[in-house]
Design a protein around this ligand. Structure first.
Ligand code: URP
Ligand code: ZN
Ligand code: ZN
Length: 463
C-alpha cells in the first residue's frame, strides 16, 4: 500500500518545511518535493493548509487498571481508540506487579489485557511494589528480554504501592546496571495519610479535602528526596505527573547542578486548578487525582518549565473513573474516591490550542513535548517520535482550523464526564495514521481493535 500526503507542512521537533510524504506499507519511505513514482500511489491525502506531525506518544496511561476498589473505565480498546481520535498513536501503559506476585506475572496480565484490543501501538512500564532479591533480578530480564525498560515506584499510597527509600535506592542501583529508567510518583504518602486521618476526624469529607490533605510541599519534599537518591545512586530519574511549582523548583535545582532529573506534567495541571474542587455538590470528585490540582497561578510556572525544558514532556496520566458508581464510592469520604481522571483524547488539542495557537510554544517544541521527547526518553526513537525515512508511519495531519467543543456526549473515552466540558479548542487531527494505516479521518473511525502492536523498548544505554 502506497500513500502520498501532499500540500502540507511537515513539522518535527527540529524542522518545519513544506514537503510531500510517501508512505509505503508501515513506514515513511520518502520525504521531499516532486517525489518519483507518485503517479501510481494507492491513496492520496490533500494536506493543504495543514501540518503533518509525528503521532502523539502518551507515556503515562492506566487502561483497565484495578484501583481504589474499582477498575479504570477505559480498556485497551476504548482507551486507544479515544487516543487515536485525539492524535495519539502510541501509549506506554503501566503494568502492575501483583501483591506478593512477580514482575513477570504483572507483565503477562497486562499483555492479556492489551492483546486483540489495542488499536494503536503500545509499550509497558512496570509498577514494582515489592522490591526484593527476586524482583530485582527480574528487572534485568524485563529490560534485556521483554523490552520493558522503565519501572515506576511510589513514595505515595501506603499499603498499596508505597516502597521505602532503601528499596527505591536498590532499584535505582539495579537500573544503573541494566539501563532501565526509574519513574517516581513523588508525594509523601505516610504524612498525607496522617492529614487524611485528621481531616476525616474533623468531619471534613468533601472532595476538596483530597487536595487540602496533599499539600504541594509534600510533593516537593518527595521530589527532592527521590532526586537525591538518584544522585547518590548516580542514575537518571524521571518524575511522573509533576503538578506543583514547588516540585518543579526541585527538578530545576537538580538539573542546574548537573543531575539527570527529568519530569513530565499533565494537561490537568496546566488547564485546571484547585477551584474545580469548589464546584457544587459532589462535582469536585471529577478532579480527585494524585497529585491534586493546585492553586491558580501554578499553571504558568509549569508552562515556564515546559518552555525551559525543566519539564520534558506532557503525558496524560489517563485514569478514568465514571462519576456514577465509581467516583460515587467516595460520597461519604473523599478518601474513598478512586484517584484519577480522563485525558487521553484531548491532550494534543489542548496543547495545540493553548500552546502553539496562543504562542506560548512553537510548533517544534509542541512536537517535542507531545511525541519526540517521550520516544527518546523511553527508548522508542527513531522508530517513533519523528518523521524520517524508515520510521513508522505514525502520522497526524493536523488541521489548525478544526474546532472541537469538548463534551462527555461526544468524546470517545468510556467515561461519563469530561473535565473540560464546554471548552472549545482550535487545532485538531483530520487524518491519523498508525503504521501506515489510516485509522481516523475527521469523525470517522477506520481503525481496528487488535491492530496495535506491543513495542519492545530499548535500555537507557541505547538511547
Ligand atoms: O490519581 C492518579 N494519578 N491515578 C493514577 C495512579 C497514579 O498515581 O498515577
Ligand atoms: Zn502516580
Ligand atoms: Zn498515573
Amino acid at each position: 500500500m502506497r500513500t502520498l500526503i501532499k500540500g502540507g507542512i511537515v513539522a518535527t521537533a527540529s524542522d518545519l518545511f513544506k514537503a510531500e510524504i510517501l508512505i509505503e506499507d508501515e513506514k515513511v519511505s520518502l520525504i521531499g518535493t516532486a517525489l518519483p513514482g507518485v503517479a501510481s500511489v494507492d491513496r492520496f491525502i490533500d494536506a493543504s493548509g495543514k501540518y503533518i506531525i509525528p503521532g502523539g506518544i502518551d507515556p503515562h496511561t492506566h487502561l483497565d487498571m484495578p484501583f481504589g476498589g474499582t477498575q479504570s473505565s477505559d480498556d485497551f480498546e476504548t482507551g486507544t481508540r479515544a487516543a487515536a481520535f485525539g492524535g495519539t498513536t502510541c501509549i506506554i501503559d503501566f503494568a502492575i506487579q501483583p501483591a506478593k506476585g512477580s514482575l513477570r506475572q504483572g507483565l503477562e496480565e497486562w499483555r492479556r489485557k492489551a492483546e486483540g484490543k489495542a488499536c494503536i501501538d503500545y509499550g509497558f512500564h512496570m509498577i514494582a511494589r515489592d522490591i526484593h532479591r527476586e524482583s530485582l533480578a527480574e528487572m534485568d530480564q524485563l529490560v534485556k528480554r521483554e523490552g520493558v525498560s522503565s519501572f515506576k515506584l511510589f513514595t505515595a499510597y501506603p499499603g498499596v504501592f508505597l516502597v521505602d527509600d532503601a528499596s527505591i535506592f536498590r532499584a535505582m542501583q539495579k537500573a544503573g546496571d541494566n539501563g532501565a529508567l526509574i519513574c517516581m510518583h513523588a508525594e509523601n504518602g505516610p504524612v498525607i495519610d496522617v492529614l487524611i486521618e485528621q481531616a476525616l476526624a474533623r468531619g471534613q469529607t468533601a472532595p476538596k479535602y483530597h487536595a487540602l490533605t496533599r499539600p504541594a510541599r509534600l510533593e516537593a519534599e518527595a521530589t527532592h528526596r527521590v532526586i537525591s537518591l538518584a544522585e547518590v545512586a548516580q542514575v537518571p530519574v524521571y518524575i511522573v505527573h509533576l503538578s506543583a511549582r514547588e516540585a518543579l523548583q526541585q527538578v530545576r535545582e537538580a538539573r542546574d547542578r548537573g543531575v539527570q532529573a527529568m519530569a513530565e506534567t499533565c494537561p490537568q495541571y496546566l488547564f485546571l486548578s484547585y477551584q474545580n474542587y469548589e464546584e457544587p455538590g459532589f462535582e469536585g470528585a471529577k478532579y480527585v487525582m494524585s497529585p491534586p490540582l493546585r492553586a491558580k497561578g501554578n499553571e504558568e510556572a509549569l508552562w515556564a518549565g515546559l518552555k525551559q525544558d525543566d519539564l520534558a514532556l506532557v503525558s496524560t496520566d489517563h485514569c478514568p473513573f465514571c462519576m456514577k458508581e465509581q467516583k460515587e464510592l467516595g460520597k461519604d469520604s473523599f478518601a474513598k474516591i478512586p484517584n484519577g481522571a480522563p485525558g487521553i483524547e484531548q491532550r494534543m488539542s489542548l496543547l495545540w490550542d493553548a500552546g502553539v495557537r496562543s504562542k506560548r510554544i512553537d510548533i517544534n517544541r509542541y512536537v517535542q513535548i507531545t511525541s519526540t521527547a517521550a520516544a527518546k526518553i523511553f527508548g522508542l526513537y527513531p522508530k517513533k517520535g519523528t518523521i524520517a525515512p524508515g520510521s513508522d508511519a505514525d502520522l497526524v495531519v493536523l488541521d489548525p482550523d478544526r474546532e472541537i467543543r469538548w463534551s462527555a456526549k461526544t468524546h470517545h473515552m468510556r467515561v461519563d464526564y469530561n473535565p473540560y466540558e464546554g471548552r472549545t479548542t482550535r487545532g485538531a487531527p483530520s487524518h491519523v495514521f498508525s503504521r501506515g494505516n489510516l485509522i481516523v479521518e475527521n469523525d470517522k473511525w477506520l481503525g481496528k481493535a487488535g491492530a496495535g502492536q506491543f513495542i519492545k523498548r530499548g535500555p537507557l544505554s541505547a538511547r
